[in-house]
Design a protein around this ligand. Structure first.
Ligand code: F6R
Length: 246
């Protein structure tokens, strides 16, 4: 089931979700348990990551007991490539926290055996105890992670082909659409649905149409975010512009 939560703006949403994450991390670490977070890249989670960094610096929130799994990575980009998702995560979150390097997982866009790497990624998530809280954005194609249409509900971590709409949208980061890779490695829909809690963030009017489809359409591979309706605890955190078609 998808429930929606309206926030006055993306900063307020970031504060609310960061607080939820901090409570979860503290509660679990008090009983000696790790917290496993599923993380997204892109513009949407940036205020959330800034708030987590602030909580670490100003309120002593420790990430020593946190294990992370990123959703996806472009195929063919090295970790040091400025547009790789590994680089993005290091620059915007990890390097500012006390999270142990060994606890961080991002798919390897250069894996020689991509299929074997994806299967190992699934095993690593399971070995860590599964994802406690998965952060998601949503693409205009209805993708979550890089699960472009058509992505079935039982899809797992795998190589995918990026939709041209997504390549166009993400070209703002590359400067030129020709530079945007055609392929990626992504957690699957089933991988995402296994997270115990899911928080999807969407802000601005450009996301209004796809948010409405995700919430209202019958679940199908044509709009992969609709599969979230089958999750028992999925919250869409929205501002008024993103919620205007609900
Ligand atoms: C990123 C990811 C994507 C983005 C989506 C929205 O790791 O998995 O699904 O969340 O493309 O991107 P932004 O936030 O840039 O609009």
């Amino acid at each position: 089931m998808i429930s929606t939560r309206l926030h006055p703006d993306k900063q307020s949403a970031a504060q609310a979700i960061a607080r939820e994450m901090a409570d979860l991390i503290r509660l679990r670490s008090e009983s000696g348990k790790a917290t496993v977070l599923g993380l997204a890249t892109g513009s949407t989670p940036l205020p959330l990551y800034a708030e987590l960094i602030r909580l670490h610096r100003e309120e002593g929130l420790s990430f020593r007991s946190v294990v992370t799994f990123n959703l996806d990575e472009y195929e063919g980009l090295a970790p040091a490539h400025p547009q790789s998702y590994r680089f993005f995560m290091e620059a915007n979150l990890f390097r500012h926290l006390d999270i142990p390097a060994a606890n961080i997982h991002v798919p390897d866009g250069l894996a020689a055996d991509a299929d074997g790497h994806c299967a190992a990624y699934e095993r690593a998530i399971r070995a860590a105890g599964g994802i406690d809280l998965q952060i998601l954005g949503i693409g205009r194609t209805g993708h979550i992670g890089f699960n472009e249409p058509p992505s079935p509900a039982d899809s797992r971590t795998r190589r995918v082909h990026l939709d041209e709409v997504t390549r166009q949208d993400n070209s703002v980061f590359f400067g030129d659409v020709a530079q945007v890779p055609h392929g990626a490695l992504t957690m699957g829909v089933a991988t995402i649905l296994e997270a115990r809690r899911v928080a999807l963030l969407a802000f601005g009017s450009a996301k209004a149409a796809i948010v409405a489809r995700a919430v209202k359409e019958t679940p199908s591979a044509d709009c992969p975010a609709t599969w979230l309706q089958r999750h028992p605890d999925c919250v869409f955190h929205l501002d008024a512009a993103a919620a205007e078609r609900l």
